[in-house]
Structure formats: C-alpha cells, structure tokens
Design a protein around this ligand. Structure first.
Ligand code: FEO
Length: 394
C-alpha cells in the first residue's frame, strides 16, 4: 500500500492484499482485503497502531522507511490476531526501543501467539490516556469484537477513532477513504455477518460507549477509512438491532431433484405472499452471501434430501455455521425428502441450540413431491406469513 497522510502527522502505512480469497481458511474474501497500520507522529513520541499480516511484513517496513521513521516509542496492539499482530516481532527487532502498548488480556495472548518477552510490554487500562506530546491517545476497551482482548484508540486532538476489526471491511481498494458507499456497505456488511454477528450483544454496548465521542474519521484495520462516521455506525446500529425483515433464508441442496422441486414450489408460494426469499444452493454458494442474508432475515427454512439417515453433509455444515453465527432469526422450519426413513428434523433441531427459534411445522415427504406435498409447502408458506404478521414483521 502506498503511504498516505490521513491527517497532519498521521499516516496510513499498511498493506493491501489484492489476491487473498480466504480468511482463516474459512471465510471467502471476494474483494481481497487490507491490513491497515497507522503511524502517529507526535511532537515528542511516535506510535504505530497495529501492524500487518506477516505475509506483508516487507510492505510495512518499506512504508516506515518512506516516511523516515527512525524510532518507534509505542506499538499499540488492539487485537492479538496475527493479521494485525503478526509483524510486531519484526518491528521490535528493527526498532529495539519500541514497547508494545496494550491491555492485560491482549498482552497474554500476544505472549502465547508470538512468544514475545514480558519486558516488551506497557499495560494500559480502560479509558487511560497516553501523550505523544501534541497528540493524546485514549484507550477504550471493547472486548469481544471479535476476540476477548479487543480495544480501540481515540486520538483526541484529531478526533480519529481507530477500531481495528470493528467497523472494518474486507475490501482491497486503492482509495484510502471509503470511495463508493454502496460497495463499502456491502463489504462491511459481509464483514459484520462473517465475523461480528455472533457478538451482537457486545457490539450494542460498544456503540453506546462511543456515542459521546466526536468522530471525524473512523480508521479500521481492514478496508477504507470512513470520512462519514455516521454511515458505518448507523449501518452497525441497524444490523445489531432486534428488528428483522420479512425475509426467508433457504439453504438447500438436491441430489436427484425432489428437494429442488420442493424448494422452488415453496419459494414461489412465499414470493406470491410478498415475502422476500434468499435461496442458497449449498453445492455452489459462497457461505459469506448466506451469512449476509442472515443479518436481517426473520426466518430460515433448511431444505435437504436425506443422506445416510440425516441431512446432506453440506446442509449439516451450513446449519452448524448458522448456529455459530447466532443471527437474530425468529422462526425456523425444515423441508426435505427421504427414500426410506431418517432422523433429519431431530438432527437439525439439535444443531440450532444457540438460537431462540420457534419451529414452524416442517414438511418432510417420501420421494418426489406429489400434489398433496405441494399443498403442504403452500401451508408452510401461509404459516410463515401468519407468524410474520403476528410479530409485526410485515
Ligand atoms: Fe483482522 Fe480479527 O483480525
């Protein structure tokens, strides 16, 4: 990434990863990502805010050379995950006077993950301030976005909030500031869905805590910086709210066409009732797209053939993810077909224990759907509409 001065004496010095397509060997990144790192040159001291993924170590080092950084006083570590912390050992080697400034939990994790020595740390407390001379850093502990040790830094004089993963987006772009709000919105929503959604309750509290701050820039550690802080903060407020939309997410798969026919008939019935359907064919879908749909939907209907007495393994995988992501879904049901028997409903219900769901009567049929099976699917669509109306979702 090129070096950019984002405010007087505050520089973006991280790296863009244009080609990365998977994070944690799990999460699809269709638009790449960036690992943002920032230098704050105070009149007396210099701080580096987070580092970069170790694969991009050389870029960070080169960027520091470009702005002639001869010494670093503090490396502020907001989060111990290696895409931000992984280059700290190299920085400490190149800048031996630097100390890692972080919270107690993050210190323990950095020692465990990077094998850093104890004497390299300075511990800060929640709301503590550290002066760089003409710039004052305030630390705001914000655990569980998305690890237990996460925190933010607020630069009082410049009104910049550095949030690390929080409010970020996996988006590789040459623009240092959010260029195209609809595109950034999609990327930030995907990021929220894949990474932050399980921590909705913590996020609500953190949004309350930062409410009183005057914020001119939100500078996350992935994706572009927000010049309009309300844009991203209001989007998060909507995503974490308890409101759900008149939408049904339908993860499905079909081996010989029976469940496909059921899914299509069911979706048409929902559409005719004015309900938005979001189907995901699990033999080919990007699971990030499904996660995004789960941010808003009121209902999920899991659709599967029976394989070795249970759901298709791709459906098991998707259901496990739904449970782990803890979306604010209110209703669930199951559609499926079997050849000679099975325990699909019991198995799927047992996999959704994290969610407070009301189960609407499933439709499980034998073989290819007959006329009365199609009617049962229309009944399920009716039941869903009724539930949405009763809960003022429509
Ligand atoms: Fe971008 Fe949780 O690391």
């Amino acid at each position: 990434m090129a070096v950019r001065e984002i405010k007087t004496d505050i520089y973006s010095v991280g790296a863009i990863d244009w080609d990365r397509r998977l994070f944690d060997e799990l999460i699809p990144l269709p638009d790449g990502t960036s690992y943002n790192s920032y230098v704050i040159k105070g009149s007396e001291k210099i701080a580096l805010i987070d580092t970069v993924d170790p694969t991009k170590e050389y870029e960070l080092i080169r960027n520091l050379e470009k702005i002639d950084i001869k010494s670093i006083d503090y490396v502020i570590s907001h989060h111990a995950e290696q895409d931000h912390s992984g280059t700290i050992p190299k920085i400490l080697e190149l800048y031996p006077k630097a100390k890692v400034l972080t919270n107690p939990k993050c210190k323990d994790m950095l020692i465990d993950l990077l094998l850093l020595p104890e004497d390299k740390f300075i511990i800060v407390n929640d709301m503590e301030t550290v002066s760089l001379g003409n710039k004052t850093l305030e630390f705001i502990f914000a655990p569980w976005v998305h690890w237990p040790e996460t925190m933010f830094t607020y630069v009082k004089e410049d009104k910049i909030l550095f949030t690390c993963d929080f409010l970020g987006s996996h988006l590789a772009t040459s623009n240092v500031f959010a260029p195209d709000e609809p595109k950034v919105y999609e990327s930030a929503k995907r990021y929220y869905a894949e990474i932050m959604m399980p921590f909705r309750t913590s996020i609500k509290k953190h949004l309350e805590r930062i409410k009183g701050l005057q914020i001119e820039l939100v500078a996350p550690s992935h994706g572009p910086i927000y010049l309009n802080s309300d844009f991203i903060i209001n989007a998060y407020k909507e995503w974490v709210s308890d409101e759900v939309k008149n939408e049904v997410v339908i993860p499905f798969i079909s081996m010989h066409g029976s469940t496909k026919k059921m899914a299509e008939h069911f979706m048409n019935a929902l559409i005719e009732k004015g309900i938005t359907v979001k189907p995901f064919n699990l033999s080919q879908t990007d699971i990030g797209e499904m996660a995004m749909a789960l941010v808003d939907a009121a209902t999920i209907v899991i659709t599967s053939p029976t394989v070795l007495v249970g759901p298709h393994p791709n459906v098991v995988y998707a259901t496990y993810l739904v449970n782990a992501l803890r979306p604010k879904l209110k209703f669930a049901s199951v559609i499926g077909s079997y050849g000679w028997g099975g325990k699909m409903i019991e198995l799927l219900k047992g996999m959704l224990t994290n969610l407070k769901l009301e189960i609407i009567e499933p439709v499980i049929i034998k073989g290819f759907p007959r006329e009365h099976d199609l009617k049962a699917l229309e009944r399920l669509a009716d039941d869903i509409l009724k539930k949405h109306k009763e809960n003022k979702i429509v």
